[in-house]
Design a protein around this ligand. Structure first.
Ligand SMILES: NC(=O)c1ccc[n+]([C@@H]2O[C@H](COP(=O)([O-])OP(=O)(O)OC[C@H]3O[C@@H](n4cnc5c(N)ncnc54)[C@H](O)[C@@H]3O)[C@@H](O)[C@H]2O)c1
Length: 334
């Protein structure tokens, strides 16, 4: 099966990251154009960007039609898969113009607000369009192995966790909250502690960076802390269990395991070997392609994809609740 596919949005995640030679050392697939150029399940026929020059550059690189006219272009009626690498705001208008659409890969955040995200999903559901949201960790084999029991094997029962993020709550905290849900379970309530207001940094208008606490349905707490990317980048999750600690570091590229051992300084006690971890390189560098592989299989088999619109909406609702608590200080239940 080959699906006629159009890329909407030829910016960083659509195309640009794939041209970064440093990123290429760790991410064989860093942007959508790289997967579309060589995935046999997707017949890439068009690049669309309201910036006509951006669309034309991609089209000449990959031998495609370029369109800088938004959603109306010759052949729009044949498109079966749309890659929505645009910012939120125009995604519903794009799919409204594609009558043969069977599936989308859509960038996070799903909408600028949970209401916009819901409206987009309602349209997809009413038309039977399969939605895969691009949370790469959901498709990555290393992260999936942790969710399937590898985490418990390494750390036992989780006692608590700490996450760091930067460049915006609606931007990278979305990835880390989604990973928390994937590995540790659903979130019952959130709060921004101690009257903290956070600060502004990141590509999305009106986004904030603020510390927060997540109370999971299991009863454990996950603490979130922003770090300014002007100093350095990191999006990490540090999980402490009953028999070990696991840290997912370097934005998911490296996974460190620190087992429990006899305490070096006190008889009859234990400690975590935080100064002697085992480090593994994850497979997240190829997760962009895994997102496409999974969608192709979901379309063929009729099963749900790994990163559904409903799941992404649940993550968006957590982010919206953190924002709400940032202005009131209240505990927000979900
Ligand atoms: N999943 C990830 O890891 C990841 C990484 C980076 C960005 N993103 C998300 O991807 C989205 C885009 O981010 P970016 O950094 O690539 O932004 P960007 O500004 O670099 O690129 C967006 C492109 O979309 C174009 N565009 C805007 N509206 C359009 C429309 N209606 N039709 C066609 N083209 C349109 C713009 O002209 C621009 O070229 C954001 O929602 C961002 O949060 C996700």
């Amino acid at each position: 099966m080959t699906l006629a596919t159009a890329l909407f949005g030829c910016g960083n995640v659509g195309v640009g990251y794939g041209a970064d030679p440093v990123m290429a050392r760790y991410y064989p697939y860093a942007s959508h154009n790289q997967v579309l150029a060589d995935h046999p399940g997707f017949d890439w026929v068009a690049a669309i960007d309201t910036n006509a020059e951006a669309a034309a550059a991609v089209a000449s690189q990959h031998g495609l039609q370029a369109h800088g006219t938004g959603t109306e272009f010759p052949g729009a009626e044949t498109i079966e898969v749309a890659i929505l690498a645009t910012p939120p705001g125009s995604r519903k208008a794009i799919i409204d113009a594609l009558p043969a659409l069977r599936a989308v890969i859509v960038e996070k955040p799903l909408g600028a607000t949970p209401e916009e995200a819901q409206s987009f999903l309602d349209t997809c559901q009413s038309r039977g369009i399969v939605v895969q949201v691009n949370f790469p960790r959901r498709a990555d084999q290393s992260h999936r192995a942790l969710a399937a029991g590898g985490l418990e094997d390494s750390v036992g029962d989780v006692q608590g966790a700490f996450l760091v993020y930067g460049n915006g709550l609606s931007n990278n905290a979305t990835h880390m909250v989604d990973l928390t849900r994937m590995l540790l379970g659903e979130i019952a309530a959130v709060q921004v502690p101690a009257g903290l207001n956070g600060y502004r940094e990141g590509p999305l208008d009106d986004d904030i960076n603020v510390p927060f606490v997540l109370r999971l349905q299991s009863g454990i707490a996950v603490m979130g802390q922003p770090l300014a990317f002007e100093n350095y980048r990191e999006n990490a999750l540090d999980i402490w269990g009953t028999t070990g600690r696991m840290a997912i570091l370097q934005e998911g590229l490296r996974i460190a395991r620190y087992p429990r051992s006899d305490n070096r300084a006190m008889s009859g006690e234990h400690e975590i070997t935080s100064d002697a971890g085992d480090f593994e390189t994850s497979s997240i560098g190829s997760a962009f392609r895994d997102i496409y592989d999974d969608l192709a299989d979901a379309i063929t088999s009729g099963r749900a994809p790994v990163s559904t619109g409903e799941s992404a909406l649940a993550t968006a609702q957590v982010i919206a609740a953190i924002r709400q608590s940032a202005s009131s200080g209240a505990v927000i239940s979900l």
